[in-house]
Design a protein around this ligand. Structure first.
Ligand SMILES: C/C=C(\C)C(=O)SCCNC(=O)CCNC(=O)[C@H](O)C(C)(C)COP(=O)(O)OP(=O)(O)OC[C@H]1O[C@@H](n2cnc3c(N)ncnc32)[C@H](O)[C@@H]1OP(=O)(O)O
Length: 719
């Protein structure tokens, strides 16, 4: 867990050996304590260097240990003892120094960083705070404003930035460990008192209260309802106003308020869920670690609408040659200008040069004959997409992968019109595609494991979180959205307002309430889908009761809103009104209030007061209930996959963990009971009927999310 060697006859070199990130597990802490004791007591040793094996200093505490009781030496006294030692200790930082790893470096008397190293205190992203002295030492070393920023955001910084801030003493392009050993030899016999960060006086800004207040406001605005950043601010205040001995106690008290909180559990779950999602697996036995992805050097995008442009940018900025195709000259020219502008702005922001030389724009599909992969991003129309795929089959070489960026159409139907169904896969990007991190990789029944592996890895290369999902209408994300949206509109019928529902969801932590989100996405898309499915429009049988379709409850209010030309932000009117078309400042619209009142009186609905609790329960439990059905149907392999989709694609708050984790946190029994209650009250809403999997899990004693899979195993998989 830590290797101890004597180098240059007098330097004790302690190497952390806990792959993959040298996390500070109990065994590692124990090994550090033993090695330090040895080094400090061995008269041959004049200095100590601490480094990590395999070019990684330390990824912090072992997060997996948080769930159990503390074993092994606690970190704070261990780190305090290193700092207090009478022999100089130098941290040789390669790879990462994060969380407890960074705090370990802070107690060393000197820090040498490799130029590619990254440092940070990401504890806040796990719902906790840097409680091994980080909130007390960092402000003493770099001042309150800079420390506050790093601690409340969890941002990783480069070695160069760390040098500028005064966190590290030297940045090197050579082997940091070797440089640190030489440095340590030179440090022998130099006084250490000024190198003990906990002994420094925190440089205090003139208006400490004003600064803390401003940061508190910022944090509250950015992360509504999230506890950890606020606790971080209080801990940093302690660093400014208390001696270290008291500050460290305050840090520990604040940590105690967070450590076992639901938010911390949810955020730590998110960390692992994100990593689990990359480990896709098919019932055939093909999976992430036994399927070889193809190397993609060139790609083509068909369609330069909003999605197509974003996808071109995502590919080009990671060095893939892209041929962009449009059907008309004017559209091609507009798309080209937009893509170039987006790439230039992106490159400027990242301080690199725009990879414009990788782009080619054309009107001819013939130009695609040699590309490795095509992503079709034309209008969401099955007939049109089929024509494109038939054409691609003729034009592209037989080995070219054909992908469709559809948000819900049948990927296998498209595969069926090609000469290579095994090379067809869905790549569902989210808008704007160059910004949004989520990619649903839709596996058709005939998609080969090589094709899936290629799409998953390509997503990762573009910086996306790729999740493999099965092929059904709406896949995972949009399929689950339907019951969620339905509940919101039913609540409108029953007496709620768009702003009341949005506020309840935003207070819960969603980035945007359902109506503001719909206005942003555009209301016309859903309206067209409903017309095509025969739910609204001239094809609806007039004998149909107005609020029932296909044997179940239907709310026509969204159709009525669209009939007035209110398509959301882009038309300046939707569920809200905006200053102008394209405006973003949503204001309640009296016309919508009138519409709702007239609607209710037309159908004899007596509006009632609806509590925020009912809004949250009906929207979120219906959402999770569909998630259970998705698991039963084998459209998602694991609850973690569903949660990752909702976290990265639909603005579900991370501190809620995602719809499935949230359901487990509320308690599956309670979710079942509330769904039964609401289904009884609304028997014509099948989405409220508890799913068989939910009932089965409750019957099995509500196991934790990570164990649900054991109860789904026997069910059919569409992956
Ligand atoms: C009090 C609290 C204290 C003192 C703390 O220190 S809290 C922990 C603070 N540290 C972090 O939050 C760092 C978390 N890790 C990362 O950000 C990244 O893993 C990384 C930047 C260190 C490396 O990234 P990458 O190369 O992309 O690798 P992965 O993220 O895929 O990770 C590889 C596997 O290692 C597991 N892992 C990573 N960090 C930890 C950790 N601190 N504790 C336990 N396990 C960790 C990660 O889950 C991956 O596992 P597998 O998926 O391969 O099983």
């Amino acid at each position: 867990m830590a290797r101890y060697e004597l180098v240059k006859r007098s330097v004790a070199l302690i190497t952390l050996t806990n792959p993959p990130v040298n996390a500070l597990s109990s065994a590692v802490r124990h090994a550090i304590a033993k090695s330090m004791d040895h080094a400090l007591n061995d008269p041959k040793v004049t200095a100590v260097v601490i480094c990590g094996e395999n070019g990684r200093f330390c990824g912090g505490a072992d997060i997996r240990e948080f769930a159990g009781p503390l074993r092994g030496p606690p970190l704070v006294p261990l780190l305090d003892a290193i700092e207090a030692g009478e022999k100089p200790v130098v941290a040789a930082i390669e790879g990462v120094a994060l969380g407890g790893g960074f705090e370990l470096a802070l107690v060393c008397h000197y820090r040498i960083a490799h130029f590619k190293a990254r440092l940070g205190l990401p504890e806040v992203t796990l719902g906790i705070l840097p409680a091994a002295g980080g909130t007390q030492r960092l402000p003493r070393l770099i001042g309150i404003p800079a420390a506050l920023e790093l601690i409340t955001t969890g941002r990783h910084i480069s070695a160069q930035e760390a040098l500028k801030l005064g966190i590290v003493d030297q940045v090197t392009e050579q082997n940091a460990c070797e440089v640190a050993v030489e440095f340590a030899l030179r440090a022998v016999a130099k006084p250490l008192s000024s190198r003990r960060v906990s002994m420094l006086t925190t440089p205090c800004p003139p208006d400490l209260d004003g600064l803390l207040e401003a940061v508190t406001m910022q944090v509250k605005k950015k992360a509504r309802g999230v506890m950890a950043p606020l606790a971080c601010i209080q801990a940093v205040r302690a660093a400014a106003t208390m001696p270290y001995s008291k500050g460290i106690k305050r840090e520990s008290e604040l940590m105690a308020t967070l450590f076992n909180s639901g938010q911390a559990r949810a955020l730590q779950y998110c960390f692992f869920a994100q990593r689990t999602a990359g480990k896709w697996t098919l019932p055939s036995g093909a999976q992430w670690n036994n399927s070889k992805p193809r190397e993609i050097r060139s790609a083509a995008i068909i369609g330069l609408g909003t999605m197509g442009r974003g996808i071109v940018v995502s590919l080009a900025r990671v060095g893939i040659s892209v041929i962009a195709v449009e059907s008309e000259k004017k559209l091609l020219e507009t798309g080209k200008q937009m893509v170039i502008g987006m790439l230039e702005r992106d490159a400027k922001r990242r301080g690199v040069s725009a990879s414009l030389n990788l782009l080619k724009f054309t009107l001819s599909l013939q130009d695609l004959k040699d590309v490795d992969l095509v992503i079709e991003a034309v209008f969401e129309d099955m007939a049109l997409k089929k024509r494109v795929f038939q054409e691609l089959s003729k034009v592209c070489r037989p080995a070219t992968l054909l992908c469709t960026n559809t948000s819900g159409l049948d990927v296998d139907a498209l595969a069926g019109v090609t000469d290579r169904p095994h090379l067809v896969v869905g790549m569902h990007f989210f808008s704007p595609a160059h910004v949004m991190k989520l990619l649903e990789v839709v596996c058709g029944p005939r998609s080969s494991s090589e094709t899936i592996a290629t799409a998953m890895i390509l997503g990762k290369r573009m910086g996306k979180v790729s999740v493999a999902v099965g092929n059904c209408p709406g896949f995972v994300g949009n399929r689950m959205l339907k019951p969620y949206l339905d509940q919101a509109t039913f609540l409108l019928e029953e007496g709620a307002t768009p702003e009341q529902i949005d506020k309840a969801l935003e207070d819960f932590g969603f980035a945007m309430g359902v109506f503001r989100m719909s206005d942003l996405a555009g209301l016309d898309v859903g309206w067209r889908v409903r017309k095509e499915s025969g739910l609204t429009g001239p094809d609806v049988d007039p004998k149909n009761p107005p609020r029932r379709r296909q044997g179940r409850r239907y709310c026509p209010i969204p159709d009525m809103v669209c009939e007035q030309g209110r398509f959301g932000q882009k038309t300046g009117r939707g569920w809200y009104m905006y200053d102008k078309p394209g405006g973003t400042n949503a204001k309640p619209d009296p016309l919508i209030q009138n519409l709702l009142e007239m609607y209710r009186s037309r159908y004899g609905i007596q509006p009632r007061n609806i509590s925020d609790q009912e809004i949250i329960e009906r929207c979120l439990f219906a959402l999770a209930n569909e998630g259970f059905r998705i698991l039963e149907d084998g459209i998602a392999a694991r609850p973690e996959d569903i949660d990752v989709i909702y976290l990265f694609g639909y603005g579900f708050p991370r501190h809620g963990g995602g719809p499935m984790f949230y359901a487990s946190m509320v308690g599956l029994e309670r979710v079942l009971e509330r769904l039964e209650h609401y289904h009884q009250a609304h028997p014509d809403v099948p989405h409220l009927e508890p799913s068989p999997l939910l009932k089965k899990l409750v019957a099995c004693g509500s196991p934790p999310v990570q164990k649900w899979r054991e109860h789904i195993k026997t069910m059919h998989s569409h992956l």
